[in-house]
Design a protein around this ligand. Structure first.
Ligand SMILES: [Zn+2]
Length: 346
């Protein structure tokens, strides 16, 4: 089995020295992938790109013990004897191997065969059968993607491999048993891969509380493993343990962190014009107005509906709403204008 050494692919010297780990401490073999975007680089350039990325994380260099490319070439990262930086809580016990593909790419037969050979060599060197794991068996992440994850749990076959149905994901920090890496709270998605201003807000709140140590460049709008690690630290601090501290928000921990739970913002519908409202009118804007009045607690005059046909009840309910708002009181005629409409829907 040929391994391209760090010297051969042109690694820069370690920034700081990773700790040595004896082979006797190794019990697990972790498979990773590169992540969301397809890997278009080939050869040594793959290693140099990973090195640049991992050094930007503040790590000594490539965090994986080995990397396998689509041609089946094996590259040295931390190698057999150094502690990795690939899966929190498993960097000593676990040998981490990245198969250099993005989320939409299928691993080649050569890559899988090389990873299998590496696994057998790892078992031979350690003198034991190492547990076969995907990154998400040890951490709340999407890595190594559905195809590689299924391959790992099919026993890492080296021959002609056809992806089997994906097994349920494992993965929570330090427990290897829970089954989630994302969650939806109040219509908003959190966890690995989630995006939006609400993600930045969580990161900023974590930093403010002193749980930002894994960030190297501050929180951003995309949830990454670093957010998961910081959230995990925060969960431990409020007394959560085991799968409850998997680095993925739950409603209670999130509410405690932010003070209140954000919800998905509904856009304000534009005001259609006064023409559509009043006696004799019949259209969808009237129904929309009625539904919103009820939602805001101003529906007491409806005996049926609300519906698309303008009624005296629409007028009375809207007047109640207008009277409830000082800025509308001077114009509480029970008919909507742009200002009434905006306040009712915001
Ligand atoms: Zn991974």
């Amino acid at each position: 089995m040929k391994i391209v050494t760090r010297a051969e692919w042109g690694a820069t010297p370690w920034a700081g020295t990773p700790n040595a780990v004896p082979l006797s401490a190794r019990t697990e073999f972790f498979i990773h992938y590169d992540g969301g975007t397809p890997v278009s680089r080939t050869g040594f350039a793959i290693m140099r790109a990973i090195e640049a990325e991992h050094r930007a994380n503040g790590w000594s260099g490539v965090g994986y013990n080995f990397v396998v490319d689509q041609a089946g070439t094996i590259y040295e990262g931390r190698g057999w004897d150094l502690q990795g930086a690939h899966c929190p809580d498993h960097n000593i016990t676990g040998i981490g191997v990245q198969i250099a593909i993005g989320g939409s790419q299928e691993p080649s037969a050569k890559a899988l065969a090389a990873a299998r050979t590496l696994y057998e060599e790892a078992c031979r060197k350690t003198g034991r059968t190492l547990q076969k794991k995907g990154h998400k068996d040890g951490f709340a992440t999407a890595c190594p993607g559905p195809t590689l994850y299924a391959w790992v749990h099919a026993g890492m076959p080296a021959g002609d491999y056809k992806p089997a149905p994906t097994p349920a994901p494992g993965g929570s920090i330090g427990t290897g048993s829970a089954a989630r890496y994302q969650t939806t709270i109040n219509g908003l998605l959190y966890g690995y891969g989630a995006r939006g201003a609400h993600i930045t807000r969580v990161g900023e709140a974590l930093m403010k509380r002193g749980f930002g140590k894994h960030y190297t460049s501050g929180p951003g709008p995309t949830w990454t493993d670093v957010d998961t690690m910081n959230y995990h630290d925060y969960q431990l601090s409020i007394g959560l343990t085991g799968t409850a501290a998997d680095g993925v928000p739950g409603p209670e921990s999130l509410k405690k962190l932010l003070g209140s739970l954000p919800s998905a913002a509904k856009p304000t519908p534009p005001f259609p014009g006064a023409f559509y409202f009043g006696p004799g009118k019949n259209n969808a804007h009237i129904a929309l107005l009625g539904v919103q009045l009820v939602a805001r607690g101003f529906g007491k005059h409806y005996t049926s509906g609300p519906g698309p046909k303008w009624s005296e009840a629409d007028c009375k309910n809207l007047r109640d709403f207008q009277l409830s708002r000082p800025e509308l009181r001077g114009d509480a005629d029970g008919l909507p204008g742009p200002k009434t409409w905006r306040l009712l829907f915001s």
